[in-house]
Design a protein around this ligand. Structure first.
Ligand SMILES: [Zn+2]
Ligand SMILES: [Zn+2]
Length: 217
C-alpha cells in the first residue's frame, strides 16, 4: 500500500516513498491508503480517487498520476517478462505478512501476495494483473528460469567401499568426507553423485534428477 493525501485544492498526492515533490505534508486535509484495486475505474482502467471525500472535481495531481503510470508500466513489463519465462497461470496467491517494496512495480510496503511456483512476493495489484492481464504469445511449457545442466558439467563423485568390498590399491583415498564433497558440489553448482560399492552391487545416489539415469561405470 501507498499513502495518499488530499489537499484543500482537491488534488490527491502520493505520500511516502513515492511522495509528491509538489506539496507540503501540512497541507493535507485527509489521508488514505492508496488501494489501486479499489480505485480502478473499470471503464477507463485507470486509478480514480476516493468518492466520499473531496469535491466533484477531486482528482490526482498530474505529477502523481505520472508516478502511478510509471508503476503500471513497470508492472506490465514485469508480468509480461515473467509470463514469457514460466508456464504457471491462474495463481492462487497467498497473503503473507511482508512489508517490502513490490519487486515488480516498485511500490513501497506493498508486497503481500506470495506464490511458491513463481517464488515471488508482490503487491496485490501486481498479483491481480498476473492473473487477469494479457498473456504472451507463446507461453513456455517449462520453467525457463531453472538452470539446465549442460553435458559439459562434471559431477562431483564420491565413492565408498562397504561390506566386503575393498578400495582397489591403485585408487587414492578421498581427501574429503562425503559431506564436504556434497558441499563442494553445491558451492560449485555441480551435480553430486555418491557411489557406494558393496560386495556385489553399488548403491548410487544422485543429487540431480537429470542424472538419475547416469551410468556409474
Ligand atoms: Zn502530487
Ligand atoms: Zn506491484
Amino acid at each position: 500500500m501507498v499513502e495518499m493525501g488530499l489537499t484543500p485544492t482537491d488534488r490527491w498526492h502520493l505520500l511516502g516513498k513515492h511522495g509528491c515533490h509538489y506539496v507540503e505534508s501540512a497541507e493535507f486535509v485527509e489521508t488514505r491508503e492508496f488501494d489501486e484495486l479499489a480505485l480502478i475505474r473499470p471503464e477507463l482502467g485507470i486509478p480514480g480517487v476516493p468518492s466520499d471525500v473531496g469535491g466533484p472535481d477531486a482528482r490526482w495531481c498530474r505529477h502523481c498520476e505520472d508516478t502511478i503510470d510509471d508503476m503500471r508500466s513497470r508492472r506490465y513489463n514485469a508480468v509480461g517478462n515473467m509470463k514469457s519465462q514460466v508456464p504457471y497461470r491462474d495463481i492462487s496467491w497467498q497473503t503473507v505478512d511482508c512489508a517490502g517494496d513490490c519487486p515488480w512495480c516498485g511500490k513501497a510496503d506493498s508486497a503481500t501476495q506470495y506464490d511458491d511456483y513463481l517464488d515471488e512476493t508482490v503487491c496485490p495489484a501486481c498479483a491481480w494483473k498476473y492473473n487477469n492481464g494479457p498473456d504472451v504469445e507463446d507461453p513456455p511449457e517449462t520453467d525457463l528460469r531453472q538452470e539446465k545442466p549442460t553435458d559439459e558439467v562434471d559431477p562431483v563423485r564420491y565413492t565408498y567401499y562397504t561390506g566386503n568390498a575393498d578400495r582397489p590399491p591403485d585408487e587414492p583415498s578421498p581427501s574429503e568426507s562425503h559431506e564436504q564433497a556434497r558441499q563442494r558440489a553445491a558451492d560449485e553448482h555441480r551435480p553430486y553423485v555418491e557411489v557406494k560399492i558393496k560386495a556385489k552391487y553399488a548403491d548410487v545416489v544422485c543429487d540431480h534428477p537429470s542424472l538419475a539415469k547416469m551410468r556409474t561405470a
